[in-house]
Design a protein around this ligand. Structure first.
Ligand SMILES: C[S@@+](CC[C@H](N)C(=O)[O-])C[C@H]1O[C@@H](n2cnc3c(N)ncnc32)[C@H](O)[C@@H]1O
Length: 312
């Protein structure tokens, strides 16, 4: 059961790209833009910069930059975010590429935000990519890329739905075929869902997956160390708000459901007869030759696990 909404949330809240949970999509896309522009990028998301340059986002992006400049801990988090987003994008790009090579032609990106994979991966002919997110988030991405003359490579279908409610119906209404094997992705999503919605999401993925389907899920470790780091950061965020004289200083932690009971996705899919493998984000960063954060509070906050599952 959900233990109630996080401080900055209500159970049926909505948002656009510049506010609340929508703004977190801007935060991660801006990290991909920084990585892409770096000297030796791990990934190339050539649309990330274009997507964060919309006039609707100018104030938000400027505020985010101002907080990195005003607080060394936030600057350290940001530096790690760029590395970590590069690694996770690298991992999930490879996941979709392998699923396509194995013949899967139906892909679902849950909480797609400013993910540009439908536009930038080398999808085989006949591939459909369903993107599920809030309507205004989907609308912003498609309109911004279209205005820049960018077209999707795959048949991209927008599924405007709330992942806390009956999204499977909207997915089917847009042409999704549960008889075909599917590759699912939940990247940067779980902490924004109440615990009960998270469990329903796993059950819905399972129910909609034909044999041969795959799922990749980014799970977050929220143990005592993470909770303590989170609580300390909340205090610092309030201080920063006072110091900058801006009560709207953005903190994604305000939007997480930190008190809810969480399922372990690896265990959940394992007990539902999927073959499961897990890799920690830290191990993947190390494999890629990228540094881990030195500050304990940053390290404690960003402990992710990439769960890969296949339905026999
Ligand atoms: C941190 S962003 C991640 C976006 C994208 N997956 C990426 O990695 O670039 C979180 C995204 O989850 C979406 N999201 C969170 N909760 C949602 C919900 N209940 N229904 C639909 N979308 C949701 C937000 O709109 C936002 O685009």
């Amino acid at each position: 059961m959900s233990k109630g909404p996080a401080s900055g949330r209500s159970d049926d809240d909505t948002w656009d790209i510049a506010t609340s949970v929508g703004a977190t999509a801007v935060m991660v896309a801006s990290a991909r833009a920084v990585e892409t522009a770096s000297e030796q990028p791990l990934i190339r998301d050539e649309f990330a910069q274009m997507l964060i340059e919309g006039p609707e986002l100018a104030t938000l992006v400027a505020k985010m930059e101002a907080t990195y400049a005003a607080d060394p801990e936030r600057a350290a988090i940001r530096a790690h975010m760029v590395n970590y987003q590069a690694a996770r994008t690298h991992f999930f790009d490879a996941y979709f590429t392998a699923a396509a090579a194995a013949g899967i032609r139906q892909h679902v990106i849950l909480a797609s935000g400013l993910d540009s994979r439908a536009y930038r991966l080398d999808w085989p002919t006949g591939t459909t990519v369903y993107e599920i997110d809030q309507p205004k988030v989907l609308e912003y991405k498609a309109a911004t890329l279209a205005a820049n003359g960018v077209e999707p490579v795959a048949d991209r279908r927008e599924v405007a739905a709330d992942l806390r409610f009956d999204w499977p119906k909207t997915l089917r209404d847009n042409g999704f075929d549960p008889a075909q094997p599917t590759a699912w992705l939940a990247e940067g999503l779980l902490m924004f869902l109440p615990g009960d919605a998270e469990e329903r999401l796993f059950a819905d993925i399972d129910a909609l997956s034909a044999p041969g389907s795959r799922a990749c899920i980014e799970d977050f470790t929220f143990d005592d160390a993470a909770r303590e780091a989170y609580e300390q950061r909340r205090v610092k965020t309030d201080e920063l708000r006072q110091r900058l004289g801006d009560e709207n200083v953005f903190d994604p932690g305000d939007l997480w459901y930190t008190d809810d009971e969480r399922r372990d996705p690896a265990a959940w899919f394992g007990t539902h007869n999927w073959r499961v493998q897990s890799l920690t984000g830290s191990d993947y960063l190390t494999q890629l030759g990228r540094p881990l954060p030195e500050e304990p509070s940053v390290a404690a906050t960003f402990r992710a696990v990439f769960v890969s599952a296949e339905k026999p």
